[in-house]
Write a protein that binds this ligand. Structure first.
Ligand code: NCD
Ligand code: ZN
Length: 350
């Protein structure tokens, strides 16, 4: 139950620990949507071609900063896309020179632009051992890609078949299981406190697979990992509002234009940057845990990444329904903003 007396909350400026900004026209249009509320974000490297080397990450970082409106402050935390050809020395240099914050592991074929991902984990072992040595986190898209594994089971199978063996081989590696969608993943992170954390998206706290599939197919709710049954959503909310240090926000805000979403074979991704903070406040308030929002969006992420908590603050204030656009215009076409399916009452004041 919401606490009726709690109508405002001031917290350190939040960070987004999993974000897709894309490039070019799309980058210019979506970057302000994140920078308006968030101080930093872990930037996903799944461009075409992917951001693999330190030099590519540095150039991408420059393009992001060039796209940032002059009156906004934002720090992109860059990631390197792990391939079987990644050079451990390049990864080490990227981390030690402050160019990259983390490395991203996509199992080959798991999601949008993941064709260059990893097939044979032995091939990337030297990179993982270097990362463990220097304390650089590995962000993991935790889904197996075997065609015979049901799409709703791919995360749970990944934990058993890939994550457990990988963490056994390189136990000192810091791992972030990204955008967890199952109770299995929540339990695994809770039960394995050493060097392991998980991000949770805004939309997976709000929708289950019925929202996507009942009464007609809703392409704007289609993302990867795909939303699961309600019991899993409830487990995610419990983990997020618990204040447990191992769980923090990674929106996975992933813009695709409407023409790319609304077709016979549409792209995976939910774009939630615009209204994420209001959505989250609504979720935490409904659970009677509004005060735990600070841990989830502002404290737990920097703690795991070994970075300082923001010294700036934002204030959330409860009031009349928040007005936000249903679409963001880009020079590539419109991008639809996540529809939580209920009114949002928490306004963000910078
Ligand atoms: C992401 C994208 O569009 O880049 N899509 C998604 O559904 N989340 C890729 C990803 O993070 O899996
Ligand atoms: Zn993502």
């Amino acid at each position: 139950m919401p606490d009726k007396d709690l109508t405002s909350l001031t917290i350190p400026r939040p960070d987004d620990w999993h974000l897709h900004l894309r490039d070019g026209n799309m980058l210019r249009a979506v970057l302000p949507e994140t920078a308006r509320h968030f101080g930093r974000a872990i930037i996903m490297p799944n461009l075409v071609p992917p951001v693999v080397t330190a030099a590519q990450a540095s150039a991408y970082r420059d393009r992001i900063m060039a796209a940032l409106p002059g009156d906004m402050v934002f720090e992109p935390l860059m990631t390197l896309y792990l391939t079987e050809a990644t050079d451990p020395a390049d990864v080490r240099a990227a981390f030690e020179n402050g160019i990259a914050t983390a490395v991203k592991l996509y199992p080959a074929g798991a999601t949008t632009n993941s064709a260059s991902g990893v097939r044979d984990f032995e091939k990337v072992r030297p990179v993982l051992e270097t990362m463990a040595e220097i304390g650089m986190p590995l962000c993991v898209h935790g889904e197996v890609t075997d065609s015979e594994i049901d799409i709703f089971d791919r995360e749970a199978v990944f934990i058993d078949k890939v994550l457990k063996p990988l963490r056994k081989k390189v136990p000192d590696l810091k791992v972030v299981m990204e955008h967890v969608t199952t109770e299995d993943a929540v339990d695994y992170v809770r039960d394995n406190p050493k060097n392991l954390a998980a991000t949770i998206t805004t939309h997976h706290l709000i929708i289950n697979r019925n929202h996507m599939l009942v009464g007609g197919i809703k392409p704007h709710y289609y993302c990867l990992p795909v939303a699961k049954r309600e019991a899993h959503r409830v487990a995610l909310v419990q983990a997020a509002v618990s204040g447990d240090k191992r769980f923090f926000l990674g929106t996975d805000s992933a813009p695709h234009t409407d023409p790319n979403k609304l077709q016979a074979c549409g792209c995976a991704g939910v774009f939630s940057a615009t209204n994420t903070m209001s959505c989250l406040a609504e979720v935490f308030d409904a659970a009677g845990q509004l005060k735990k929002l600070e841990a989830f969006v502002s404290l737990n992420g920097p703690r795991f990444y070994g970075l300082p908590v923001s010294e700036e603050t934002i204030t959330l204030r409860k009031g009349d329904p928040v007005q936000y656009p249903t679409q963001i215009a880009t020079d590539d076409g419109p991008v639809t903003v996540f529809d939580p399916g209920f009114d949002l009452h928490w306004h963000v004041e910078n």
